[in-house]
Design a protein around this ligand. Structure first.
Ligand SMILES: *[C@@H]1O[C@H](CO)[C@@H](O)[C@H](O)[C@H]1NC(C)=O
Ligand SMILES: *[C@@H]1O[C@H](CO)[C@@H](O)[C@H](O)[C@H]1NC(C)=O
Ligand SMILES: *[C@@H]1O[C@H](CO)[C@@H](O)[C@H](O)[C@H]1NC(C)=O
Ligand SMILES: *[C@@H]1O[C@H](CO)[C@@H](O)[C@H](O)[C@H]1NC(C)=O
Length: 396
């Protein structure tokens, strides 16, 4: 075989250069606010999905211990975040005070989380009261941001209840400026439930923004949040991510198969990976899903493109995303939304790669190479399940 012909063949194995270029430019076009945080989607834990308003200081400290016991930080999970119900009242000067019954030593708790090598996150609301009726930050933004910085808070989730009908495009930037003014880098997570198409303005304001209403621990809601989040794929990128809400993996309302699907989609969509279960008493399946390092590598890929739904055939779908690390390639999810086990084929043409090229297919849930394939890969997928593959050009 002649040299020129070999080069021609090798070119065909690479991703179409134009597509790669477009995808690398996109994040640069829509990016704006960069406080140095959120280069890749944030990873950690949040108290809400499991504990709701029953969150207490002891739970947070035990969760930090469980992070250490399960080496969660090694997989990338860094933030331990308290959601609603930590705030008690304001003092006579308007400064926010923690609830003294559930959080008797707030600073001690934050220092404890830090002492474990983890980061600490808080919740507030861009309204007068939080959704659970605790004091909110509207008209106290600067004061609250100063308090968070003094406490060494690393992350703020900012909710949208009781907002006096003031547009979020005013309320959220005020807290952005207040946080910025403290000089402490604080991850800024906008939570206005996707009501005002935040993808179109929030990249200039925060590190992530919710694109949907709250998730709940059932298949229909989870898959609906994925569909809603999908339409905004173009707006995500380094330092700013679409957020279809926190993970329900391990909370008991879905099957293990459905939780694998949930985690696969969140990884491919570059969604924040905020664990929402009790990590103190995780089952082995829950831990296996949340610590799938091959899936996490898709989520944390430095190219930072949000994957999307690229092919639909009835209740069978193929979702895919371009990856750059450790080698260029794509990841694909073959998703069965139907009620019967079914065979799903992902054609290379639907993945945006050389339609007749040879690619190596690696199974992200089985952690093994399936082989080298041409034109497509086919999987038998159970109801509500996925096959999750990494597909890379072969060097020949
Ligand atoms: C404040 O904002 C500027 C850009 O607007 C950014 O460069 C800087 O990192 C931010 N600082 C903090 C502490 O968020
Ligand atoms: C974990 O399980 C133990 C016993 O199995 C129980 O005592 C403890 O309360 C559980 N912890 C949480 C946070 O649910
Ligand atoms: C999915 O994303 C790719 C780029 O990663 C883009 O070329 C394609 O048009 C998108 N598909 C849909 C249906 O938007
Ligand atoms: C679509 O699904 C049907 C079975 O429901 C299958 O026969 C057909 O080959 C599929 N088409 C493609 C392009 O995958």
């Amino acid at each position: 075989m002649g040299h020129v012909q070999q080069i021609e063949e090798r070119k065909m194995l690479l991703l179409p250069a134009s597509l790669l270029l477009v995808c690398m430019l996109l994040p640069a076009v829509v990016r704006s606010y960069d406080n140095g945080l959120g280069r890749t989607p944030q990873m950690g834990w949040n108290s809400w999905n499991r504990y709701r308003c029953n969150v207490k200081e002891d739970v947070i400290k035990a969760t930090a211990d469980a992070f250490v016991a399960n080496n969660l930080a090694e997989f990338g999970y860094k933030y331990v975040n308290v959601d609603d119900c930590w705030a008690g009242s304001r003092d006579q000067d308007g400064f926010i005070l923690p609830d003294p019954t559930t959080f008797p030593d707030f600073q001690g708790m934050i220092d404890y989380v830090h002492s474990k090598g983890l980061l600490f996150g808080l919740y507030s609301d861009a309204g007068k009261r939080t959704c659970a009726g605790r004091p909110g930050s509207l008209f106290h933004e600067v004061q609250d941001a100063q308090t968070y910085a003094k406490w060494k808070v690393d992350y703020l989730k900012y909710d949208n209840c009781n907002n006096d009908n003031i547009t979020p495009k005013i309320r959220y930037p005020i807290m952005q400026m207040a946080l910025n003014y403290t000089g402490r880098p604080i991850f800024y997570s906008l939570c206005e439930w996707g009501k005002d198409d935040p993808a179109t303005w929030a990249p200039a304001v925060g590190n992530s923004w919710r694109t949907t209403g709250d998730i709940s621990d059932d298949w229909d809601t989870m898959i609906n949040r994925a569909d809603l989040n999908n339409q905004w794929w173009l707006y995500a990128g380094p330092y700013g991510w679409n957020d279809p809400d926190m993970l329900e993996v391990g909370n008991g309302g879905m099957t293990t198969t459905e939780y694998e699907t949930h985690f696969s989609l969140w990884c491919l969509m570059k969604s924040p990976l905020l664990i929402g279960c009790d990590v103190i008493n995780m089952t082995s399946d829950t831990k296996r899903i949340l610590t799938n390092s091959d899936a996490i590598a898709v989520n944390q890929d430095p190219l930072g493109i949000q994957g999307n739904k690229s092919f639909v055939n009835g209740t069978s779908e193929v979702w895919c995303v371009l990856l750059s690390h450790p080698t260029p390639g794509v990841a694909a999810i073959l998703l069965n939304r139907g009620h019967e086990t079914t065979s799903i084929t992902a054609y290379w043409w639907a993945l945006g790669i050389d339609p007749v090229g040879k690619y190596e297919v690696y199974d992200i849930w089985q952690h093994k190479i399936l082989g080298t394939m041409t034109e497509s890969v086919t999987a038998t997928v159970p109801s509500h399940g996925v096959a999750f593959y990494r597909i890379t050009p072969t060097s020949q």
